[in-house]
Design a protein around this ligand. Structure first.
Ligand code: FAD
Length: 466
């Protein structure tokens, strides 16, 4: 039987996972990557940030070790070693992805692809130009940092998230423009490493769109660690000064002057679709990226767009799941992609993770909801690990008790959220979470307590009318 020829453009978590899945399903798969496989996530996103965050957290933990009975003197950071460790973990994982593609028989082209029409691509590399024909094409070209168009944005020292992972020194001071996920992770990272960090956010809360109470709690924790926040604040211009860079920021009707060694612009991402030839294939785009339907098909038959480049959910695991769904559809299968159950994690200290609806979103959707909250100061393991800082919130439907959303602020929230995602996926009820016995002592016990709190029956927290 003649195999279907599938060409995937981009080897990030969307593209390489799609390639492996398509090969498993029997397609003849080619993957084109202009840089390194693993994409943004592996090379300049998820993984390198977490390597540095890990060192930063360890540094903080050792500095405050006396609380746990550990007395250590002269704790310092060996920054070149931190960067070297990051490099070696990233290169090991990149090699691992290349090995997986090879093991699955995926042909990898090193070069830049552009569409010539709906069935043909041109691949340009250092050495040559070649034309490749396909029965199907998956665009998985990802995204790149969006810039701010203000005077001084191009000055040396005004950096994006990629450059913020390669600084030759730990900055004395850092002004972060944008209090979203990326901005807060860098605030937590450099704050823990000793940098004086200021965050400027245009909206009236950090993490716009996230549960207000939880976002405010996280902001409070980061403030306690020394990060300075200005919400409803807008950067107007940047100028070079003797102390580094000076930004003019409009906040609360006043114009503030802020000086920092570096200014990190973390105001969002834009799809990497320039020079991709989308016009040649007649593919529609809108302000967020390539327009797709629920199967991730573009308006041009046989061409799919997955991951960051369609602007739907800018997360690595969403890109991978979309890649799997797209190639399963292409190969004639019926994929299962649940866009309402995508966990989102923020690797600050404490961590924050959310899945499903927030209380605000559930109410806006017209549902009658009940909310259970359990503060981690009532959880033994959290008290041991971080003095009990954090909160778990469960949003459930009134009629059936079905779990609609879960938000977790606390130690290892990013792992514990998987239980909540599974519960929503299985349409579990509050009762089912309550009767799932959780091990003691664990932070996850607090998930069951938050479920009990939906009925004001938490064991380790007094009832509301107490
Ligand atoms: P990408 O990973 O961007 O991959 C696209 C690939 O396509 C790239 O390798 C690029 O070189 C290639 N390409 C582009 N155009 C062409 C072309 N014309 N020809 C050939 N190749 C091309 N997400 C999480 O889930 N968890 C996190 O902790 C997390 N942390 C992040 C931290 C930072 C600092 C950043 C910037 C992002 C983070 N993300 C995180 C987001 C995550 O990195 C992206 O959502 C994810 O990488 C998107 O995957 P993708 O496959 O769609 O695109």
């Amino acid at each position: 039987m003649v195999k279907k020829r599938l060409v995937i453009v981009g080897g990030g978590p969307g593209g390489y996972v799609a390639a492996v899945r398509a090969a498993q399903l029997g397609a003849d798969v080619s993957l084109v990557e202009k840089d390194k496989v693993g994409g943004t996530c592996l090379n300049r996103g998820c993984i390198p940030t977490k390597v540095i965050l890990h060192s930063a957290e360890l540094f903080q933990a050792l500095k405050s070790g006396a609380r746990s009975g550990i007395l250590a003197d002269n704790i310092r950071i060996d920054w070149p070693s931190v960067l070297q460790r990051k490099k070696s973990i990233v290169s090991g994982l990149v090699a691992g992805v290349a090995g997986l593609l090879k093991a699955n028989g995926v042909k990898v082209f090193q070069g830049t692809a552009s569409l010539l029409n709906d069935k043909t691509l041109e691949i340009v590399s250092n050495q040559e130009k070649q034309v490749v024909a396909a029965d199907g094409i998956v665009l998985a070209v990802g995204s790149e940092p969006a810039a701010v168009s203000i005077s001084g944005a191009g000055l040396p020292g005004v950096i994006d998230s990629t450059q913020a992972l390669e600084l030759s020194n730990i900055p004395r001071s850092l002004l972060i423009v944008g209090g979203g996920v990326i901005g807060l992770e860098f605030a937590a990272m450099y704050g823990a490493l000793g940098t004086a960090v200021t965050v400027v956010e245009m909206q009236d809360q950090v993490l716009p769109g996230v549960d207000q109470e939880m976002a405010a709690m996280l902001q409070q924790e980061l403030t306690r660690e020394g990060v300075v926040f200005h919400t409803r604040a807008k950067i107007r211009q940047i100028a070079a000064s003797t102390l580094g860079l000076t930004a003019e920021v409009e906040a609360g009707g006043k114009v503030l002057s802020m000086t920092a060694e570096y200014i990190l612009v973390a105001v969002g991402r834009k799809p990497s679709i320039a020079r991709l030839g989308i016009e040649a294939a007649g593919i529609a785009v809108n302000h967020s990226g390539i327009v797709v339907n629920e199967q991730f098909q573009t308006n041009t038959a046989g061409i799919y767009a997955i991951g960051d480049c369609n602007g739907k959910t800018l997360l690595a695991h969403a890109a991978s799941a979309q890649g799997v769904a797209a190639v399963e559809h292409f190969m004639g299968h019926k994929p299962g992609y649940f866009s309402h159950i995508i966990p989102a994690c923020i690797y600050t200290t404490p961590e924050f993770a959310t899945v499903g609806l927030t209380e605000e979103q559930a109410k806006q959707s017209g549902r009658a909801v009940k909310v259970g909250k359990f503060p981690l100061s009532g959880n033994g393991k959290a008290l041991i690990e971080n003095s009990g800082k954090g909160l778990i919130k469960i949003i459930a439907g009134v009629q059936y008790g079905e779990i609609l959303g879960v938000q977790i602020l606390g130690p290892r929230a990013t792992d514990i959220i998987a239980e909540a995602a599974l519960a929503i996926r299985l349409e579990a009820t509050v009762e089912e979470l309550i009767t799932t016995i959780h091990a003691h002592p664990t932070i996850s016990e607090a998930v069951a307590e938050a479920a009990l709190a939906v009925y004001d029956q938490a064991v380790h927290w007094p009832p509301k009318d107490h």
